[in-house]
Design a protein around this ligand. Structure first.
Ligand SMILES: C[S@@+](CC[C@H](N)C(=O)[O-])C[C@H]1O[C@@H](n2cnc3c(N)ncnc32)[C@H](O)[C@@H]1O
Length: 361
């Protein structure tokens, strides 16, 4: 149903221009900027030790300014303006509205009347998406389309979610009866679970009604069996689900969208939801080993309206997990496509990182 919503030629041209520019930015501009940075450091005869040093070194560098300016405005063009996704689909909202309001199998979607979002969530247009991913009825559909060019080197983001699911399965102990996907968004991260594990129950949690509606529609269109999949509107730190009933609590790209106080709440909720020995596994962005990349990552946080990337990166993860009662913490790089972690990889990529822990058995 949702796939039948037309994208006219002008929209397709505009969006593919943005995607191509983003690829150029990732593959050409980033390594070129790194070379200029290295040359400046060599000329100044000093090795920057932190991102602030990198910022000082590049403060007057026109290429560094262009790199940031280009990122900011490509993202703005993706959503805003006549062929921006948010404005385009707002003009063609009727078929989307119809697809999203079509009947769903009983129990697939649970929405809360008069749901109150946390203030941090409504106070910023995340990703420069006008109105965020929660305020317009078609925002989930728009976000799903927009996500196709978020990480331009990922030709097929389903494979990222599949790869992450494999990592979870390699670490879980025993059969997987129930998985909770916190911050499931439009359901992309939930999909490999319900498509490939018919004996597993999947519960997706999100704050955004428009995203949950897309997630439920996609699951219904995939023909999921009634009762095996649910999408529920709730805060990830207070899901309302029964305690000690889950084998895996997971999230993908959610932690960096919330303040540290909320992240601590999410870890405590994961501990509450998990059965003894159950697995908490989150995929997000952490970066500590390279001041130049950290300078780019912190700049991205600002330019993409994602302010909590920075406090996430600076959080005491070990302490937060200890306080939540979770043990065996591992923080490991995640290879989102073959070769992503190779030393020869010189394009810009997000610092994908798995944060893995367990409830004591
Ligand atoms: C970047 S999206 C990722 C969505 C999905 N996991 C994926 O991989 O495509 C982050 C999601 O987290 C949700 N979110 C943010 N804060 C949340 C909270 N406190 N509780 C539940 N969901 C939250 C947002 O609504 C959004 O859908």
């Amino acid at each position: 149903m949702l796939d039948q919503i037309p994208a006219h030629r002008s929209l397709a041209a505009h969006q593919s221009f943005i995607l191509d520019c983003k690829l150029q930015w990732t593959r050409q501009l980033f390594p070129a900027l790194r070379q200029r940075y290295q040359a400046s450091a060599d000329a100044a005869d000093r090795t920057p030790e932190c991102r602030e040093d990198v910022g000082t070194l590049l403060a007057q560098d026109v290429d560094a300014q262009f790199f940031g300016w280009f990122e900011r405005h490509l993202q703005r063009m993706k959503y805003s303006g006549l062929e921006g996704l948010a404005e385009y689909y707002a003009r063609h909202r009727e078929p989307i509205r119809q697809a999203l309001s079509a009947d769903l199998p009983e129990g697939l979607l649970h929405l809360e009347a008069a749901f109150r979002h946390p203030d941090y969530y409504t106070s910023i247009d995340i990703h420069q998406h006008p109105g965020g991913v929660w305020s317009d009825e078609i925002a989930g559909f728009v976000y799903e389309r927009g996500a196709q060019s978020t990480a331009p080197m990922l030709k097929n983001s389903l494979s990222l979610w599949q790869r992450f699911k494999v990592q979870a399965l390699q670490r879980v102990q025993g059969p997987v009866g129930r998985v909770v996907d916190l911050g499931c968004g439009f359901g992309g991260s939930s999909r490999p679970w319900y498509l490939e594990h018919p004996d597993t129950e999947l519960i997706g949690i999100d704050l955004s009604e428009p995203c949950l509606r897309v997630a439920a529609r996609r699951a219904a269109d995939a023909g999921v069996a009634a009762g095996r999949v649910q999408f529920r509107q709730a805060d990830a730190m207070a899901t309302g689900l029964p305690a000690a009933t889950c084998d895996i609590v997971t999230s993908t790209m959610m932690l960096h969208e919330m303040p540290p106080s909320h992240i601590r709440g999410v870890l405590a909720e994961a501990h509450r939801l998990l059965k003894p020995g159950g697995l908490a596994i989150h995929l997000d962005f952490l970066l500590h080993d390279d001041p130049f990349k950290e300078y780019i990552h912190y700049g991205h946080s600002q330019r993409n309206n994602e302010p909590f990337m920075v406090p996430l990166n600076e959080m005491d993860m070990a302490g937060a997990h200890r306080d939540a009662g979770l043990v065996d913490l591992e923080i490991l790089p995640f290879e989102e496509f073959d070769g992503a972690l190779s030393p020869s990889m010189d394009a810009w990529r997000f610092p994908w990182t798995m944060i893995i822990a367990r409830k004591p058995a």
